[in-house]
Design a binder for this molecule. Structure first.
Ligand code: F6P
Length: 327
């Protein structure tokens, strides 16, 4: 295929993340700056299958840099996981004369992109957008910093009640299978412990908290728990504690989807803007099937296969720091 990109399609897929709009703006304006047409695909891969498409001009992305969510809307699309679904999506690309795609999302988004790119030889560039920060090859994903700040503000507020009532609070945060949000919000919020999937079992971590945490002179504690359907998350951990220590006054708070909303932080807006520009530059450099990321403040290209492998670990020094600082 001759490498001549006249029109790109752009979509957001998976869970929305603050900063996705800043990325949409950056991709759109950089494409137009380089003489490339932009077609906005609504509702992620679902919109590609159902042909929910509109041509975008520079004014279509005005005034969105500070807005949370995604103006393109998002969806989790089971149909796109099938070869038949992807065949329909490819037909749409052909009919709409879309030569390449920029997809903004997390590992599910890139898994779908990798399959489509492989089956139909289409250039696709990924932009990491997820609050979970679980993509390998980039120091941060778009939305992670904003979500961390949101969680930290909630932890600050809950601490007022925890200390006023001498209570132990278990606060559950998102992260899917990753503990970045839990660990780093625990550090930022001065919590006494974080229960994360990357380390010992939740039961062992709660035992360690009981051993070290409850002997302290403090009368109240905050434990941040990464969501975990197997152990029951924060409620499961609270039940475990109450079983052995019925004398403690324990409460559970599940932060839920409020972690995904809100205006993106300056960090996320800048990250999204740099990555959006980088996505178009990558296409112009004839890259394909890669995620653009930032490592040590430099733009990097990471093959989809590497970006989605699930072994991005939390920083060991951060785990150690939380333990030391909670004494
Ligand atoms: O991937 C982002 C995320 O918010 C995860 O942290 C969470 O497990 C999941 O999405 C929730 O998905 P949904 O909004 O579809 O319930």
């Amino acid at each position: 295929m001759e490498y001549n990109i006249k029109t790109i399609g752009i979509l957001t897929s998976g869970g929305d993340a603050p900063g996705m709009n800043a990325a949409i703006r950056a991709v759109t304006r950089t494409a137009i700056f380089n003489g490339i047409n932009v077609k906005a695909i609504y509702q992620g891969y679902k919109g590609l299958i159902n042909r929910e498409i509109k041509e975008f001009h520079t004014e279509d992305v005005s005034g969105i840099i500070g807005r949370g969510g995604t103006i393109l809307k998002s969806a989790r699309c089971q149909e796109f996981c099938t070869p038949e679904g992807r065949a329909t999506a490819f037909q749409t690309l052909q009919d709409e004369q879309i030569d390449a795609l920029v997809v903004i999302g997390g590992d599910g988004t890139f898994t779908g992109a990798r399959a489509l790119a492989k089956e139909y030889n289409i250039p696709i560039i990924g932009v990491p957008g997820t609050i979970d920060n679980d993509l390998w090859g980039t120091d941060s994903t778009i939305g992670y910093d904003t979500a961390l700040n949101t969680i930290m503000q909630c932890v600050d507020k809950i601490r007022d009640t925890a200390s006023s009532h001498n209570r132990i609070f278990f606060i559950e945060v998102m992260g899917r299978d990753a503990g970045f949000l839990a660990l780093n919000s625990a550090i930022a919020g001065g919590a006494e412990a974080a229960i994360i999937p990357e380390r010992k079992t939740p039961e062992e971590q709660i035992e360690a908290f009981i051993g070290h945490g409850l002997r302290k002179s403090k009368n109240s504690s905050i434990v941040i728990v990464a969501e975990n359907p197997v152990t029951g998350g924060a409620q499961g951990m609270a039940d475990l504690l109450k079983k052995n220590h019925p004398e403690y006054d324990v409460r559970v708070t599940i932060l839920g989807h409020l972690q995904r909303g809100g205006s993106p932080s300056a960090y996320d807006r800048i990250l999204a803007s740099r990555l959006g520009v980088a996505a178009i530059n990558a296409l112009l450099e004839e890259q394909r099937s890669i995620m653009v990321g930032i490592k040590n403040d430099e733009i990097v290209y990471v093959p989809f296969t590497k970006a989605i492998k699930d072994d991005k670990d939390v920083q060991p020094d951060s785990v150690a720091a939380l333990q030391v600082l909670a004494i």
